[in-house]
Design a protein around this ligand. Sequence first.
Ligand code: NAG
Ligand code: NAG
Ligand code: NAG
Ligand code: NAG
Ligand code: NAG
Length: 482
Amino acid sequence: MLLPLLLHLLLLPFFFFTPSYSTTTATIGVNYGTVADNLPPPTTVATFLRSQTTINRIKIFDTNPDILRAFAGTGISITVTVGNGDIPNLSKLPAAQSWVSTNILPFHPKTAINRIAVGNEILATSDKDLIAHTVPAMKALHQALTLANITTVQVSTPHSLGILTSSEPPSSGQFRPGYDKAIFAPMLDFLRQTKSPFLVNPYPFFGIDPNRPDSLNWALFKPNGGVLDSVTGLNYTNMFDAQMDAVFSAMKKLGYDDVELVVAETGWPSAGDPGQPGVGLDNAASYNGNLIRHVNSGQGTPLMPNRTFETFVFSLFNENLKPTISEQNYGLFKPDLKPVYDGGRKVKRHMLKTYHNILGCETVQAMGPTVAQGPSSSGSGVGGGSSSKKWCVPKTNASEKQLQANIDFACSSGIDCGPIKDGGPCFKPNTVRSHAAYAMNAYFQASGRHAFDCDFGNTGVIAYTDPSKCYQQNNFLKILCE
Ligand SMILES: *[C@@H]1O[C@H](CO)[C@@H](O)[C@H](O)[C@H]1NC(C)=O
Ligand SMILES: *[C@@H]1O[C@H](CO)[C@@H](O)[C@H](O)[C@H]1NC(C)=O
Ligand SMILES: *[C@@H]1O[C@H](CO)[C@@H](O)[C@H](O)[C@H]1NC(C)=O
Ligand SMILES: *[C@@H]1O[C@H](CO)[C@@H](O)[C@H](O)[C@H]1NC(C)=O
Ligand SMILES: *[C@@H]1O[C@H](CO)[C@@H](O)[C@H](O)[C@H]1NC(C)=O
């Protein structure tokens, strides 16, 4: 009996007190790239994301009408992208109006398109015509939306970090000369006026230096010696912060440090060519998990303290038609919707943690069942088998008013109530009782599962069978979180 007990106690902290646990709503975006010939149909993808993950926004690299139709009514926000080649024409209002009529009006607002990316990494194309027309096209599209009475769709454009001429140390960050005044100042001015964010694609993966022993850990948010910015005296403990602060410094030099920053792409390949530095399952799992925790933590960066960053992981799927092995392997999921980092029951613990962060498994943990589903459950369990499976549920005679008060209390105490918000995996059934069952139980599990943690003014009761329909629906998460 002693061994199972020990195992159980060791597992508990992992299941309930992962560092991400205390974050309130972890918002997660993904880039839904489709350079592949084996992906599931968009309707399958939409249902999968809606019902099995906490991913609540996607970015696509075109305006694929099948995808836009498939996501109607899911509540998942969508960023669509204007092809680079279309930019010069779209700098004229009639063309922009026609583009909006074709690509936005048929879908909005049933499909929650909330942003248009005007091209992708346009400076990297070195195409002067394209670059010169980008801000005019952004303005024309914004005006076309306004004329169509659409006020909820932002217009912006994502950049690689190649827009910077200097990025080390972070405080030295500045835009490429010439482009700074001609392109970035007017672009940032437009973004400020329209309350839209500046979009950047930081990839610490590309910044790792095989000759610097600490650089991989620095890129992966793992323990390392830090990198000091001698100008500001600030110590950078991860490369992501350094890259974001370099962009921030460049914006600040032009006087636009008030414009919001959004991470439009970032990620890490889980496989690559033989000998390619940094690639691999463990590193990809660490990067994405640590990233999501970091951007949602409210910690911010040294130059942008206390900020959170809307972030889109690249990518939703492995894409088999990309040109190189590493580019084919940025996905969180395989085309059959199986997670890339999952090794079934033999999955390594820290990889599991990543999926907790990415998919919100911690909320499923908090719902109870996995207490008895670790390795220790194969034996007699703790204190004699099924007695270790405990849930907190509302008493049948508790009033809606009391239950609402319980939800408010539990959700303000640090547990993640994202799953019972509109669009969350446990929002349905949309009843106070169902939401209270979730919130009260999550609180009970997180607080240590004492009888008094389920009292709620005599409106809660401990149950010994799994009460949660939501949990049953989330079989996928159940498998992953075991
Ligand atoms: C741009 O507009 C011109 C003139 O209307 C048209 O001939 C051309 O095909 C358009 N280019 C694209 C890429 O749509
Ligand atoms: C936009 O709204 C205004 C005022 O409500 C209305 O007069 C106009 O017809 C609308 N335009 C379109 C394209 O719906
Ligand atoms: C920077 O932070 C790292 C990690 O916390 C620490 O090891 C290092 O001593 C710090 N360096 C300075 C100069 O404060
Ligand atoms: C960041 O948050 C901390 C803790 O709440 C607070 O002490 C600090 O003043 C905040 N800093 C800024 C720049 O808002
Ligand atoms: C619900 O029933 C319990 C007994 O099981 C009782 O103690 C409690 O006061 C009742 N609550 C309400 C609101 O009636």
